[in-house]
Design a protein around this ligand. Structure first.
Ligand SMILES: NC(=O)c1ccc[n+]([C@@H]2O[C@H](COP(=O)([O-])OP(=O)(O)OC[C@H]3O[C@@H](n4cnc5c(N)ncnc54)[C@H](OP(=O)(O)O)[C@@H]3O)[C@@H](O)[C@H]2O)c1
Length: 331
């Protein structure tokens, strides 16, 4: 068996992503072989094709942390030929070959059978949207409701941010979107933002305060850094921040004041190593009460051969929403 793959290789000029014909050895070990319908572009995929990006252990590798498609063979009873599935996280696309190839093989306990979500929508949700859903679930678990107040979403035009806005507004929350893109307000309103503001803090030169005026009941933050520190200082009493990312920096210059004087909770969100049972349960909710309703406004569709160009736009900050790549048959 031979098939097409986009393979990332190290070269003197950095990491290059090239279209290659590969053999079945490329699939590696695993119980479930998937014909890949779609993959997608995530921040982590952009790092995978960046020299020193820090996410890939060894090159060459097929990037693509998201895989959606149909099972073509399975060594376990839980999956059968023709099942529509999604697999993401764990080692996919970073320590074993991922979704930027016509076929992928993974362990069965990394695979989620899709129920009420198409392979295209599952890719549009992808790791970023699943992380958004985990973040929203963390706020709901802390008893935030539309009645407890507005939710701030940072990195609003990004993958995590845009799907979080869509899910939160579908659940009836008032959503405040924080973005650095001055022309994005209409698009963010279309997917459910009630108000659009700039990046936080509004005055980056101002001396940070341990506690500021309270502005939001909760936040979905994928930016981190000084932005997250400011958010913690301005969340209302008993509020919750679900933190998943670091596009604004990994250092968190904060104090204990929001935690000990306002009972604020900072919840860490990880989609990568999340065990398979809660992963499957949340994917079920993504087809039901947490279904994003504006994926067609959030998604861009591109052939997999354009992956390098799209991932560079993520790195240089010009990308918006979720780009999904058609894979099998698109080489
Ligand atoms: N914990 C997990 O399991 C998990 C899973 C997925 C992603 N993540 C992390 O979450 C973050 C977002 O991922 P993503 O896939 O949504 O990425 P993305 O689509 O590239 O979106 C990131 C957004 O962050 C904002 N941003 C970019 N540079 C910034 C800066 N210097 N300061 C402040 N904001 C900046 C931009 O939004 P605006 O222009 O609208 O401000 C950008 O669209 C990344 O750090 C990623 O590694 C974590």
């Amino acid at each position: 068996m031979e098939f097409w793959a986009m393979v990332a290789n190290e070269s003197d000029s950095g990491i290059v992503l090239t279209k290659q014909r590969v053999s079945e050895d490329f699939l590696g070990p695993g119980d479930v072989t998937i014909k890949v319908h779609y993959s997608s572009a995530n921040y982590k995929d952009a790092l995978a094709i960046t020299a020193g990006g820090g996410v890939v252990r060894n090159y060459p590798i097929v990037p693509g942390i998201d895989i959606t498609g149909e099972v073509v063979s399975s060594d376990v009873d839980d999956f059968a030929e023709g099942d529509l599935v999604v697999a993401h996280g764990y080692d996919i696309g970073v320590a074993r070959n991922g979704g930027f190839a016509e076929y992928a093989r993974v362990p069965a306990d990394w695979v989620v059978k899709l129920d009420g979500v198409s392979t295209k929508d599952a890719a549009a949700i992808g790791t970023a949207g699943f992380t958004a859903a985990l973040s929203v679930q963390a706020l709901l678990d802390r008893r935030l409701t539309p009645e407890t107040g507005a939710i701030l979403v940072t990195g609003a035009t990004g993958g995590v941010g845009s799907v979080a806005i869509d899910i939160l507004s579908g659940l009836g929350f008032e959503v405040i979107a924080s973005t650095g893109k001055t022309d994005a307000a209409d698009k963010l309103a279309d997917i459910g933002a009630n108000e659009v503001i700039g990046r936080l803090p509004e005055d980056p030169a101002a001396k940070p305060r341990p506690l500021s005026k309270t502005r939001w009941a909760g936040a979905v933050d994928s930016v981190g850094g000084a932005s997250l520190a400011y958010i913690l200082s301005s969340i209302g009493y008993g509020g919750t921040v679900a933190a998943s990312g670091l596009t604004g920096g990994h250092v968190l210059p904060t104090t204990v004041m929001p935690f000990i004087l306002r009972g604020v909770a900072l919840i860490g969100i990880d989609s990568v190593a999340l065990p398979i049972e809660p992963r499957r349960e949340l994917w079920t909710r993504l087809g039901q009460d947490m279904r994003p309703r504006h994926l067609s406004d959030i998604e861009n569709v591109a052939p997999i051969t354009e992956a390098e160009k799209v991932l560079h736009s993520i790195k240089n900050g010009t990308h918006s929403g979720r780009t999904i790549f058609g894979v099998a048959g698109e080489f």
